[in-house]
Write a protein that binds this ligand. Sequence first.
Ligand code: T3D
Length: 263
Amino acid sequence: MTDEILLYHAAEDVARITLNRPDKLNALTRPLLVALAEALGRAADDRAVRAVILTGAGRAFCAGQDLGEAAVIGEDAGAEVAQSLDQFYHPVLKRLQALPVPVIAAVNGIAAGAGANLALNCDIVLAARSATFVQAFTRIALVPDCGGTWLLPRLVGLARAKQLMLLAEPLSAEDAANWGLIAQAIHDETFEPEVEALAARLAQGPTLAYGALKEALAASTTNDFAAQLDLERDLQAKAASSADFREGVAAFAEKRAARFEGK
Ligand code: T3D
């Protein structure tokens, strides 16, 4: 047991970041968001880390903004919330998007509001079958944030994005996977080992190529086709200069599995 609100554990080449306020379903407070931004920075700076798992302690992944936090319910809530997004949420989301290694959201239980969209900002979202996703914002007369209005239409199309956001009803992990909102729903009993196995697999992968493909996909949202081809060329030039590329080609020729070192 620990009273730390966020746990960071790096073992070999995988860093696990755990939101740790289980009695409040890991609702996000300002100190927790600061700690999360720091943890993401730590993972980005540690060259030994080649994959990250983001998860929640207890029965929830994250219930979104802590609605008991003084700033949210104070007199000047509008200005406070805007400042909170700028100062506390957006640095987390930008760090998450910019992390040069793959990030798995291990959605162990309910993901609501900003908690749902925090998960959707990760590279691969795995959810336990008992987990649900709720765009809870309109339940309390707020607008979906944390990139939700940008991500959801791209993931599931406008019709389903509107349905999820307007009705704010829970979507099961299985439906979320079938809709393309997340990568996979996994039986609760095998959830943890499957998350670990995927993280280990990604951590053994060609880390530089993974970082480059993340950069290319991010740029594809604003680039036109010609600009994207140019970017792919430049990123491919870097990838083709890596030791892992040489190892990949050698392994192919020798009919063996490649041993990538992330260099
Ligand atoms: O400031 C800004 O920047 C604004 C940004 C806003 C972004 C947002 O995230 S808005 C959306 C905020 N989140 C919600 O509206 C979800 C609120 N929670 C719920 O609707 C329910 O708790 C759940 C559907 C997630 C789960 O329901 P259930 O029945 O399984 O659990 P519960 O009994 O409601 O919750 C258990 C405890 O967690 C309970 O505490 P207690 O009474 O035992 O001391 C509950 O109050 C607490 N909890 C759950 N969610 C939050 C929370 N405490 C504070 N904030 C929460 N978001």
